[in-house]
Write a new protein. Structure first.
Length: 202
């Protein structure tokens, strides 16, 4: 494969073609990271873009893509079924295109919950869940427990200032798990941005 620093790609999603950008790794690629955005974001958001660059610096192919609802200007699907299916297709595309076995997933907000489902279905090597909304919902608790059941190494990153997460409840849940770890970013909101709107990616 001829490597460009980053190139536009298209692949089939659940309901039609999806647009993405594939960044080549620095040196020999040993795995791939598939990144998905939140409900009110796109693949060009600063957090997702920065993480793609850092993943490439670590030797990972980095694929970021837009969910279908971004292209159509519509709302996400009920229960995020289409978004989960889109992410599964993105994982398959990354696996076939990059020629690597180890596929990691990362997502923010809606993309994080899609990552939870896709990670266990597609047997991802690991998952990074950014800016989760969690207030003890039973279905979301069971989704996180599924990652533990499949022993998928997972890092959950939330902002200390987030108004969409019950931090004590999330800590209580994750403390019972061995495959899932929690990182709380001081001064960050639910988008993992500081008060000035800058993504906190350090």
């Amino acid at each position: 494969m001829i490597r460009d620093a980053e190139r536009d790609v298209t692949f089939e999603g659940a309901t039609g073609p999806l647009r993405g950008r594939l960044r080549s790794p620095t040196g020999a690629g040993w795995g791939a990271l598939v990144l998905s955005h939140g409900r009110h974001e796109t693949m060009d958001g600063r957090l997702i873009t920065t993480l793609a660059q850092r993943a490439a610096d670590l030797g990972l192919w980095a694929l970021r893509f837009n969910f279908a609802f971004v292209e159509t200007g519509s709302a996400p699907s009920g229960g995020h079924a289409d978004e989960i299916a889109d992410l599964r297709e993105a994982i398959g595309f990354a696996r076939a295109t990059c020629g690597v076995a180890a596929i990691y997933v990362a997502g923010r907000g809606l993309g994080a919950w899609a990552s939870v489902a896709a990670a266990s279905d597609e047997l991802a090597a690991g998952a990074i869940l950014l800016g989760l909304s969690y207030t003890g919902q039973p279905e979301r608790r069971m989704a996180l427990q599924r990652l533990e059941d499949f022993e998928i190494p997972t890092l959950v990153v939330v902002g200390f200032e987030s108004d969409r997460v019950d931090l004590p409840l999330l800590r209580e849940l994750i403390d019972t798990m061995t495959s899932v770890n929690l990182e709380v970013v001081a001064g960050a909101d639910h988008r993992l941005e500081d008060a000035a709107g800058r993504p906190m990616t350090e």
